[in-house]
Design a protein around this ligand. Structure first.
Ligand code: MG
Ligand code: ZN
Length: 189
């Protein structure tokens, strides 16, 4: 049997969007994240994170900095009862420096990291969701047959008008908890 998953963007979805966040001291949860993820967990969903980290490509922080913060976030969520199965990241950017300057397949809206997650966790696209605050998070999800959710945290409000022009028929929710409530209502009907 294949698995139902919630794929999550990180910045502006799990944590408050701060330009190129990489310091643990600056990490701050977006509203209703932990309660929303707990509800989705109770509905049987598992979680992976898929994040673009162009700050690495641009030299603002290192891969090591990224791993340090990511470990902190995942351990903190774990203490709160939320398990992130795995985080996939893209350290590249077309205008990056050195080895990170690349037109890669893993930077959203490209689909490589989604495909890796689907394969590794036997994700059933048809019953899984991608949650993001930008259309570039949602495009690869829809392309691969998932349902997509734009949350109004981070850049979400600014991206609502871009849904239509990108052919996205996404659910729009205030935050992860509101989305979780929608799913719960749907299952109880
Ligand atoms: Mg984001
Ligand atoms: Zn990449």
């Amino acid at each position: 049997m294949k698995n139902k998953f919630i794929l999550l963007d990180r910045d502006g979805v799990i944590n408050v969007e701060k330009n190129y966040l990489h310091r643990i001291e600056e990490f701050e949860y977006e509203k209703n994240v932990v309660s929303g993820l707990a509800k989705l967990r109770d509905l049987g969903y598992k979680f992976v994170i898929i994040t673009n980290q162009a700050g690495i490509a641009k030299g603002f922080y290192s891969e090591e900095d990224y791993f340090k913060l990511q470990k902190f976030i995942e351990e903190d969520l774990r203490k709160k009862g939320i398990k992130i199965e795995k985080s996939y990241f893209c350290p590249h950017h077309p205008d990056g420096i050195g080895k990170y300057k690349k037109n890669c397949e893993c930077r959203k809206p490209n689909t490589k990291n989604f495909e890796l997650a689907i394969k590794e966790f036997e994700i059933d696209e048809k019953i899984s969701f991608m949650i993001g605050d930008r259309v570039t998070d949602l495009i690869p999800g829809q392309k691969l047959g998932m349902k997509t959710v734009l949350v109004k945290t981070g850049y979400g409000v600014k991206n609502i008008s871009k849904l239509k022009e990108n052919g996205l028929d996404s659910i729009v929710a205030d935050d992860i908890l509101e989305f979780a409530n929608l799913i719960e209502e749907g299952e109880n009907q």
